[in-house]
Design a protein around this ligand. Structure first.
Ligand SMILES: NC(=O)c1ccc[n+]([C@@H]2O[C@H](COP(=O)([O-])OP(=O)(O)OC[C@H]3O[C@@H](n4cnc5c(N)ncnc54)[C@H](OP(=O)(O)O)[C@@H]3O)[C@@H](O)[C@H]2O)c1
Length: 282
């Protein structure tokens, strides 16, 4: 291991690395010497991305299918040293509540449950690698609420509401994982606002190009900088249970620093209760 190859000899798994922020996280880890496992729901896209990231391998994973998650976990057989739970969706502008073949609301499954299932499936490999895990939350976690009587949004659904709930839940899951598994190093992060990625496409489509360019330039983090929060959360100086995100105004953009956990992420009772819900589901 050398200063410019801090991840040499390490195996890294980054969910959602076929585009946007995850791609930049994977690229930085590979540049630092890690061998990167690149899960992809679209193999062709995954192969294209992997061709650009030396030392990466593509493996099929569709978080919208728990069978796919189990099959993915069963295929891995080596210690994982670095793991970033980064994949995520937000279906802004889509009023339809989508339900997966497993019966879960799509944000809940993609952003939370399937990544919890993934961690559970590869837990022995994470333990073997004494893994450092970065959990990609969002500013939305600060305003999200866990609606215990309606976690699946059956009574009331809105895409942002479902997204914010799933991101708060993912953060609480990460913190609870760290408490349950003291040999794992779990820290949270968020990228600020990265308007140039595919996740923001429905919003970009509503605005003229010059407005989008101005917003990206003035307020947003480009994906490479947005990736730095996760890299800091994985870093040797990161605190277990710490939270890392942009240092700029309202945490929208800028290079990362350690942040205070949002109030709702500090709710250890909620984290424990959610852990129980996830245990029952999986
Ligand atoms: N961009 C922002 O402003 C922002 C702000 C706050 C938080 N975040 C969070 O940052 C993370 C990355 O977002 P991004 O902006 O980089 O979005 P993105 O460009 O849309 O990337 C999302 C990644 O997740 C993958 N993914 C989505 N559904 C999946 C599924 N069912 N199975 C497997 N992979 C799936 C996507 O795969 P495909 O390539 O196949 O689509 C893609 O690789 C997300 O967790 C997001 O919530 C982003």
């Amino acid at each position: 291991m050398t200063p410019d190859q801090p991840y040499a000899g390490r195996t890294a798994l980054v969910t959602g690395a076929t585009g946007g922020i995850g791609l930049e996280i994977a690229r930085a880890l590979a540049e630092g010497g890690a061998r990167v496992i690149l899960p992809a729901r679209n193999r062709e896209k995954g192969e294209r991305v992997a061709a650009d990231i030396p030392g990466s391998t593509v493996t099929d994973l569709d978080l919208a299918s728990l069978d796919s998650v189990r099959a993915f976990a069963a295929r891995l057989d080596e210690p994982i040293h670095l793991c970033v739970l980064n994949a995520g969706i937000v279906l802004l502008g889509d009023r339809t509540r989508h339900v997966t073949a497993d019966g879960y609301e799509l944000h809940w499954q993609t952003n939370l449950l399937a990544q919890a299932a993934l961690v559970r499936g590869i837990l022995p490999l994470l333990r073997a690698g004494r893994a450092r895990i970065a959990v990609q939350c969002s500013l939305a976690a600060a305003v999200g609420r866990l609606r215990w009587n309606d976690l699946q949004g059956e009574q009331r659904y809105g895409a942002f509401r479902a997204y914010a709930q799933s991101k708060l839940a993912l953060g609480l899951f990460g913190l609870e994982l760290g408490r349950r598994e003291p040999d794992l190093h779990v820290a949270l992060c968020h990228p600020g606002v990265a308007p140039a990625t595919a996740i923001a496409a429905p919003i970009r489509a509503l605005l003229p190009d010059r407005v989008v360019d101005a917003v990206v330039h003035s307020f947003g983090n480009p994906p490479r900088r947005a990736a730095e929060s996760a890299l800091m959360a994985l870093g040797a100086d990161a605190a277990a249970g710490g939270f890392y995100g942009p240092r700029g105004l309202f945490q929208l953009s800028g290079h990362p620093r350690r942040l205070r956990l949002y109030r709702r992420l500090r709710d250890t009772d909620a984290a424990r209760r959610l852990g129980g819900v996830i245990d029952e589901e999986l």
